[in-house]
Unconditional design. Structure first.
Lengths: 292, 177
């Protein structure tokens, strides 16, 4: 027993060193797997409040850019207003409201929650944003986030008043995307290679698809986090894979990630249902394969 | 100004400069990420307890990580250089004269040669370990080598500028302090 104590005393620094290293490695590995282990804690609230203060100042520097983007979005929305289209049948009035079910029996599937960006990075390998809107204000994990010019990322963790968003500029980010021109053209995943904050990558696009430079890439109909046909970017460069029958596309991102201020979080009212059904199917398949 | 107070101020300054200035610089190239924050650990006083040094380095690295959103990534190399620091200092300086008459590592207290070697070696070790951890999760070998070299170069340049801008008066240790 005495020898153990002597040993500990002699190598106390070395032991402390290894314990601290172990803590670092564990927290890092846990974090990259789940993305929620660390951020859904108090630390989120503290760094969030400091970031808010910093951002109050920093917001002025990108004010011109943000105003331009918001004005652009306003024009686009005004352009899409129903009053711009004259119906030939004047007996029917279309009322756009926020009811859960409208007169044409259409259900509301998505709603938009505005949020302010309080922390943002573009220079790391894994970039995250922090938004000032959390569980108390109705944000949940896996909700999509869209900026004035295009989509931004997905919510990965939520605390009471803040949430952390994994930006498209993240090695782990994957968003299902498709071509706007000819909607039947196949969907593929958008990822990021960690090099340039202006360009994204779209891998494994079949050569059967007719791709041209400048084609618009939008969100696909498959993703539960995003409504379909939201802007992602335009094709900047087409490369043919050495192996296989695929293209790898370089996509110019529509969103200017370094000047984000106001974004919208997209809440899918059917997310739970879709997710539950999906995991149920997977479970059933697993049971089938084990019982055989 | 007492040493403790001075180091608390430095802790906050280095943290904020790293998080709000250097990490927000739009990257020129994928290899180049400017790092300066670890200089805080290299500037800690000679007299600090080795065990305390490890804890301080861990706390400092973790605080940086919480702001940058990567818990553990920067803390691990910080703890490593904090562990190696006393060995290097023992190698480079004459125990009796320097450690008893000066407060912290600087050009004045150690001389140009040993001080720059001390800085360069620990900077290299820090980046090597940092990029190694990053590399294990993603990346190629060329990325690994290139990033270690480029970041070390940029960091050394930044440290050099910092030393020039904020010239620290080499304080003698007195019995009164």
């Amino acid at each position: 027993m005495r020898n153990i104590f002597l040993f500990i005393r002699q190598y106390f620094n070395l032991i402390t060193f290894f314990i601290l290293q172990l803590i670092c490695v564990i927290s890092l590995s846990k974090f990259s797997k789940t993305h929620e282990a660390f951020f859904s804690t108090e630390a989120n609230e503290i760094t969030g409040s400091i970031n808010t203060q910093y951002n109050k100042l920093n917001r002025y520097f990108t004010l011109i850019e943000a105003n331009k983007e918001l004005a652009l979005e306003n024009t686009k929305l005004k352009d899409a207003l129903k009053t711009n289209f004259v119906s030939s049948d004047s007996t029917r009035v279309i009322v756009a409201d926020s009811l859960i079910k409208d007169t044409l029996n259409r259900y509301r599937k998505y709603s938009y929650l505005p949020a302010l960006v309080v922390n943002n990075s573009v220079s790391q390998e894994s970039n995250y944003l922090m938004l000032e809107r959390g569980a108390k204000q109705g944000v949940k994990k896996d909700m999509g986030v869209v900026g004035p010019l295009g989509i931004v990322g997905k919510v990965v963790s939520v605390s009471e008043n803040y949430c952390v968003v994994m930006s498209l500029l993240n090695r782990n980010s994957k968003v299902s995307a498709m071509f706007k021109r000819g909607k039947e053209q196949n969907a593929s995943n958008i990822s990021w290679d960690g090099k340039d904050a202006h360009y994204l990558t779209m891998e494994k696009v079949s050569k059967a698809v007719d791709v041209k430079k400048g084609d618009t890439i939008v969100t696909s109909t498959y993703s539960p986090s995003f409504p379909s046909l939201l802007m992602i970017g335009t094709v900047a460069d087409i490369k043919t894979d050495a192996i296989g029958n695929n293209y790898t596309l370089k996509i110019k991102a529509a969103t200017n990630f370094s000047a984000l201020q106001h974004v919208n979080i997209i809440a899918n009212h059917y997310y739970e249902e879709q997710y539950r059904l999906d995991s149920l199917t997977k479970k059933q398949q697993l049971n089938l394969s084990t019982s055989e | 100004m007492s040493d403790l107070f001075k180091n608390i101020i430095r802790f906050i300054l280095f943290l904020f400069v790293q998080v709000y200035v250097l990490s927000r610089v739009p990257s020129l190239h994928q290899f180049i990420t400017p790092y300066l924050y670890f200089l805080f650990i290299l500037w800690l006083p000679f007299s600090i307890n080795r065990w305390l040094l490890l804890i301080v380095a861990f706390a400092f690295g973790m605080s940086t990580d919480y702001f940058l959103g990567t818990p553990g990534l920067h803390a691990a190399p910080c703890v490593l250089i904090a562990y190696l620091r006393p060995f290097l200092l023992n190698l480079f300086i004459a125990q009796e004269s320097t450690e008893q008459s000066f407060v912290e590592p600087s050009v004045k207290s150690m001389g140009w040669g040993p001080y720059s070697f001390y800085i360069a070696l620990l900077t290299f070790i820090h980046h090597f370990y940092l990029v190694l951890i990053e590399w294990l999760s993603f990346g190629t070998f060329l990325y690994f080598i290139g990033k270690v070299a480029a970041t070390t170069g940029v960091s050394l340049l930044l440290i050099f500028i910092t030393e020039m801008l904020f010239f620290r008066k080499a304080k003698y240790r007195t019995n009164a302090a």
